[in-house]
Design a protein around this ligand. Structure first.
Ligand code: BES
Ligand code: ZN
Ligand code: ZN
Length: 480
């Protein structure tokens, strides 16, 4: 994936470059020629041709309401406008908004990405040089902020790109190759289970779900380890179904193509690991992807099958389309028995019910610890990747009781389906602190925004990275 922009800090603006100005509502806008309706309202923008350059004004709304995500969106909007008008060199005046430089860099990178690799006519694109301009001391102070924004933006675009690649290209094996390459580039430890390894170690969930496809399942593990022996360990697990046809319980044709996005949890885990490897937090972070293709081949698992997962618990398969929880059961059981981390977070495009409940912007948050729940909600607001708490409790256990196995993969009723799925997962983490994020809504979008194109969104990277830093500090405080 090629980068469309280059960002550098500067204390002087090249005179001919196009200029971006972030304008707050009601603020004095110096041009007498700007259309009257432009008054800095959020999401609005206007292009002005002065004698020597073009100026892009981006409204950022009321000065009292400015926050990190305002600038991420404003920067995304600016770069998309610049791409539209064929800008080669862009200057953004950030002198009044220094504390938001990381979000601005992030927004620029994310805004500039389009999935057009397979459109022959769109392949040739020149790079836009972007200078973030402020006073001399700004350059020194904000270099690290810019680097942070670029790292998070690039990791987000990696997730989006892997996600946008279709099922015939991005198979479980290709995902494992991506993981291995990432590990090599950033010196992470990497372990991949191919079919033989999964059979040897008893990952019956992945083998069942992946049985109907010629593209065999994979379990992928990446480790980022710090030297400090007392450092806490966070595990991030992702559902990576590279295509979910529903299996024998086949989905309707309508929007089945969107099920290439059923790997977004796993893709986000790869992006999180890249961000971690670049920004180096002071805790251990392990990323795990449970990857399979849910197809209908003659090796496919069937309704009525009983599957034994990694930790020995058995699952009655009532519906082959509720496959995400089965591959996650394998991964979470492995994490509980072999890693025993301080916290495990799983990200999964798990249920349509969650999208019905919360819409397409918010992820369902299933968390039993009020402090961690608040911490994640705060990170969600700041990063523009919001999460919303949903019930995570024992009352859903009876939904998944089975007469023939330890548990059934389908609720007795369809009500509260997102919580039923969460309660299924909790049976594999048991006493390990566990947060489940159902990202079926926000992981992808059919509608482009002013600040970001359509397709995979990269939801989770900035959210979980910023959470990792806060969690690491809070857990150290509580241990000391
Ligand atoms: N991958 C889907 C969930 C999904 C639906 C993600 C819509 C994104 C958008 C998941 O595997 C699935 O099919 N879930 C079923 C569960 C049901 C059979 C209990 C669902 O939500 O309908
Ligand atoms: Zn499914
Ligand atoms: Zn699925």
């Amino acid at each position: 994936m090629s980068e469309r922009i280059q960002i550098k800090p500067s204390d002087s603006a090249p005179a001919t470059a196009d200029l971006v100005l972030f304008s707050a509502k009601g603020e004095f806008i110096p041009r007498p020629f700007l259309p009257e309706e432009f008054d800095g309202e959020i999401d609005s923008s206007v292009l002005f041709h002065s004698t020597d350059r073009r100026e892009i004004y981006i409204g950022i709304g009321s000065k009292e309401n400015l926050h990190e995500h305002t600038f991420r969106k404003a920067a995304g909007q600016a770069i998309r406008k610049a791409m539209e008008i064929g800008t080669k060199e862009l200057v953004i005046d950030v002198s009044a908004f220094e504390q938001y430089t990381a979000a601005i860099a992030d927004g620029l990178i994310v805004g500039s990405y389009e999935f057009d690799e397979y459109q022959s006519s769109k392949r040739e694109k020149s790079t836009i040089k972007v200078s973030l301009v402020g006073p001399k001391k700004f350059i020194k102070m904000t270099r690290a902020q810019i680097a942070r924004g670029i790292a998070l933006g690039r990791a987000t675009n990696l997730v989006r790109h892997l996600g946008n690649l279709p099922g015939n290209v991005m198979t479980p094996d290709s995902l494992s190759v991506e993981a291995r390459n990432l590990a090599q580039e950033y010196e992470l430890k990497c372990r991949i289970w191919t079919k033989g390894g999964l059979e040897r170690d008893g990952f019956g969930g992945l083998l069942a779900v992946g049985g109907g496809s010629v593209n065999e399942p994979r379990l992928i593990r990446l480790d980022y380890t710090v030297e400090d022996k007392n450092a806490p360990t966070l595990v991030v697990v992702g559902k990576a179904i590279t295509f979910d046809s529903g299996g024998i319980c086949l989905k309707n044709a309508e929007s089945m193509d969107e099920m290439k996005f059923d790997k977004m949890g796993g893709c986000s885990v790869l992006g999180i690991m890249q961000a971690v490897a670049e920004l180096k937090p002071s805790c251990n972070v392990i990323g795990i992807l449970a990857s399979a293709e849910n197809m209908t081949g003659s090796g496919a698992y069937r309704p009525g099958d009983i599957v034994r997962t990694f930790d020995g618990q058995t699952v009655e398969v009532a519906n082959t389309d509720a496959e995400g929880r089965i591959v996650l059961a394998d991964a979470l059981g492995y994490v509980r028995e072999r890693v025993k981390p301080d916290l495990v977070i799983d990200l999964a495009t798990l249920t349509g019910a969650c999208v019905v409940a919360l819409g397409e912007e918010r992820a369902g948050l299933f968390c039993k610890d009020p402090e961690l729940s608040q911490m994640l909600q705060d990170c969600g607001k700041a990063t523009g990747q919001p999460v919303w708490p949903l019930p995570f409790c024992e009352e859903f256990d009876e939904q998944i009781e089975s007469k023939v196995a330890d548990v059934r993969n389908l609720g007795k009723t369809r009500w509260g389906g997102a919580s039923t799925a969460a309660s299924f997962l909790a049976r594999w983490t048991k006493d390990i602190p566990h947060i489940h994020l159902d990202i079926a809504g926000p992981a992808m979008t059919a509608i482009p925004k002013k600040y970001r194109g359509s397709g995979a969104t990269g939801f989770g990277v900035s959210l979980i990275y910023s959470f990792t830093e806060k969690w690491e500090q809070s857990i150290r405080k509580s241990k000391s």
